[in-house]
Design a binder for this molecule. Structure first.
Ligand SMILES: [Mn+2]
Length: 350
């Protein structure tokens, strides 16, 4: 089923006769248009992309199945002309409050329904999977290239810049999020974006990064030690690695996000570090870096085969340091396929 057919089936199920969509990733998914600042309207008979003159030519080329409407003074006067029904929805996560007010004022008869469309993107097509595989391969290769250059005396931000440069040279268009290089005590910050701190001997250094290839994201985390690992560093590294492997061993379609998260969390708790693993075990990856399905304490839905998720347990010891190991995997009926290929054994870098 093509993506617009999927959307229309979902709308019918939700008793919605027309929908306004603002999320760039969703617009790309449903139309092929890769620009921004546009508004997509879809009902049973038409799909219309409202944009401005910066994007009209691009929209006509990339989304030949859409009517392209060029606005001069904002979306809303054009948007008001499109619906024939009052049973309308919007993807509310992507509308600011002011935009919701403006849309409501333009179509005063409508009682709006909020539809989250990200769930429709969970199961990847062959083409999407190929792009994600390439994005993963690029970030893997970029890290392999960086490894010999990681040593004491280098700033986190310089390592991040080099990693990003490697990914660009290998064909990615941008990073999928701000590159995390967190060394020493900073490695206890799960999202410690690279700073000017100099990497020192004895530091754990966490690299969490990814790239975008043809619109699709990759996400990987590896933690290394500078010099010989101290016993406590070896201990938490070993537990996190075992937790990561356990997650990938149990993961398969049909389990809920809660079940997979709990298996790994229980293991880390049994080792005494439950309170040091605060975040969820993983998340979906696709056009956005954080998508559905998620592996956490809240997702009680069964994971579909064909979804892409991360498996990223971590242990963070405040004022000491932390370890996280993250792979991106494809969920299948009998398990999962690891897409990330970078070795996970503890690296003690001179
Ligand atoms: Mn991640």
């Amino acid at each position: 089923m093509n993506t617009l057919a999927k959307l229309r089936a979902f709308m019918e199920e939700q008793h919605v006769e027309g929908i306004f969509i603002k999320g760039d990733s969703s617009i790309r998914y449903f139309t092929g248009f890769t620009g921004g600042e546009s508004l997509l309207y879809v009902d049973a008979d038409r799909q219309a992309l409202i944009t401005d003159s910066r994007y009209t030519l691009q929209a006509r080329q990339q989304a030949p199945d859409c009517e392209v409407i060029e606005h001069l003074h904002g979306f809303w006067p054009e948007a008001a002309k499109l619906p024939k029904s009052t049973a309308l929805a919007l993807d509310g996560d992507y509308f600011s409050y002011a935009e919701q007010q403006a849309l409501a004022a333009a179509l005063p008869q409508v009682s709006w329904k909020n539809l989250n469309l990200v769930g429709l993107r969970q199961v990847k097509s062959g083409e999407e999977l190929a792009r994600i595989r390439r994005a993963v391969a690029i970030s893997d290769e970029a890290f392999e290239q960086l490894l010999p250059h990681i040593h004491a005396g280098r700033r986190e931000c310089d390592l991040a810049a080099e990693l990003e440069y490697n990914m660009r040279k290998l064909g990615s268009t941008k990073t999928s999020f701000d590159t995390i290089v967190a060394s020493g005590k900073r490695s206890a910050l799960p999202h410690g974006v690279a700073s000017a701190k100099v990497v020192e001997k004895g530091d754990l250094v966490t690299f969490d990064f990814g790239c975008v290839y043809e619109g699709y994201c990759s996400d990987i985390t590896r933690t290394v030690v500078i010099g010989k690992a101290a016993p406590w560093q070896k201990e938490i590294y070993g537990i996190v690695l075992e937790a990561n492997l356990l997650g990938e061993k149990v993961l398969r379609s049909g389990l809920t996000g809660i079940e997979v998260d709990r298996t790994v969390r229980d293991f880390i708790t049994s080792k005494g570090y439950g309170p040091n693993f605060g975040h969820g075990l993983g998340h979906g990856v696709g056009l956005d870096i954080h998508e559905k399905p998620v592996l956490n304490k809240a997702n009680n839905l069964p994971l579909p085969s064909g979804a892409i998720v991360t498996v990223e347990p971590g242990i963070y010891l405040p004022d000491r340091g932390g370890v996280r190991i993250e792979d991106t995997v494809l969920v299948t009926n009998d398990g999962c396929e690891r897409l990330t290929s970078v070795d996970k054994s503890l690296k003690e870098l001179a």
